[in-house]
Ligand binder design. Structure first.
Ligand code: HEC
Length: 258
C-alpha cells in the first residue's frame, strides 16, 4: 500500500470540501439571520406561532404531510408558482427562521402550502379536508386522516355538538353519530392557518410584471416613437439639464448665505 497516504489525503480533501460547501458556506451566508423588525407594519417577521400552532407543526411532521406538500414558492421562468396563486413572491431563507425543522418538502403531489393561511381562512373546510379530502375534491388522492377525529354516539334526542363536522350525506356517519375533531386536528389546522409568507421586505424580489412581448415592441416601432424619443433626450439632457444645476447651485448658495 504505497499509495495509502495519498488515498487517505484524497478522501479527506473530498470530505472537507463538501463539508465546507454544504455546511460552512451556508452557515456564513445565512447563519446569523435574525428576526426582522418591520416597524411600518408593526411586526417581527416571520410571525410568531402560538402554542397551538407549534403543536400542530409536530403533527404535520408526524403525519408526513411534507411527503406530498412543499412549503416553498419557487420562482422559475415566469413564476409558475405565483401564477398558481401559491404566493405573491418566492420564499427566501428568512421565511423559515421560526421553523424547527423547516418543512420544505420536495414532492408536490398536492399544492404548495407555504401560504395556505393566506388563502384558506375557514377552519371547518380544513378540518373537512383532513377528515376526507374527497368531500371537497372528488377523486382526490390525498389520504384520509380519520383518526384525527372522534366518532361520538349521540343519545336519543341529543343535539349534535357545535364543533361536529357538517358532513354531506354520503360522507356522514350512521345516524345518531357525530364526527368531532380531536385536539390534534385542531392543532394541525391552527398550524396550517399560520402558514403565511407573503410579507415583502428588502431581500425579497417582489414579483415582476409579465415580460413585454413582441406586440408592444411592434406597437412602439409602428408609431416611430423610438427614433424621436431617442433623439430628444440625447440632445436635451446634454446642454439643457447639465448647465442649470451647475449655475443654480452657486446661485442658491450665494443667496442663502447672506
Ligand atoms: C399522498 C399525498 C398527500 C399527503 C400525505 C397529504 N396530502 Fe394534502 N393533498 C394532496 C393532494 C393530491 C391534494 C390536492 C387535491 C385535493 O385538494 O384534495 C391535497 C390538498 C391538500 C390541501 C388543500 C390545498 C389547497 O390549496 O387548497 C390541504 C390543506 C392539504 N392537502 C393538507 C394536508 C395535510 C395537513 C396533510 C397531512 C396531515 C396532507 N395534506 C397530506 C396529497 C397529499
Amino acid at each position: 500500500m504505497r499509495h495509502g497516504p495519498f488515498i487517505f489525503l484524497g478522501i479527506l480533501c473530498a470530505v472537507l470540501a463538501s463539508w465546507l460547501g454544504a455546511v460552512v458556506a451556508p452557515q456564513l451566508q445565512f447563519g446569523d439571520q435574525a428576526l426582522l423588525k418591520l416597524d411600518d407594519l408593526g411586526i417581527e417577521y416571520p410571525l410568531a406561532r402560538n402554542g397551538e400552532a407549534k403543536q400542530g407543526a409536530e403533527i404535520y411532521r408526524a403525519e408526513g404531510c411534507n411527503y406530498c406538500h412543499t412549503q416553498q414558492v419557487r420562482s422559475r421562468g415566469e413564476g409558475a408558482d405565483i401564477a398558481r396563486g401559491w404566493g405573491k413572491r418566492r420564499t427566501v431563507s428568512r421565511d423559515y427562521l421560526r421553523d424547527l425543522p423547516p418543512m420544505l418538502g420536495q414532492m408536490r403531489f398536492g399544492p404548495d402550502l407555504a401560504n395556505l393561511g393566506e388563502r384558506q381562512t375557514n377552519a371547518t373546510r380544513l378540518l373537512m379536508k383532513l377528515y376526507n379530502a374527497r368531500i371537497e375534491m372528488p377523486g382526490s388522492t390525498m389520504p384520509r386522516f380519520p383518526y384525527l377525529f372522534e366518532a361520538r354516539k349521540l343519545r336519543y334526542g341529543q343535539a349534535p355538538s357545535t364543533n361536529a363536522l357538517p358532513l354531506p350525506a354520503i360522507f356522514a356517519p350512521p345516524a345518531g353519530t357525530e364526527i368531532v375533531p380531536t385536539t390534534a386536528a385542531l392543532q394541525l389546522v391552527a398550524y396550517l392557518q399560520s402558514l403565511k409568507s407573503e410579507t415583502l421586505f428588502y431581500e425579497v424580489f417582489p414579483p415582476q410584471p409579465p415580460k413585454k412581448t413582441n406586440q408592444v415592441a411592434v406597437a412602439v416601432g409602428g408609431t416611430n416613437a423610438i427614433p424621436t424619443t431617442n433623439a430628444l433626450p440625447a440632445t436635451n439632457t446634454a446642454p439643457a439639464t447639465n448647465t442649470p444645476p451647475a449655475t443654480n447651485a452657486p446661485a442658491t448658495n450665494a443667496s442663502a448665505s447672506p
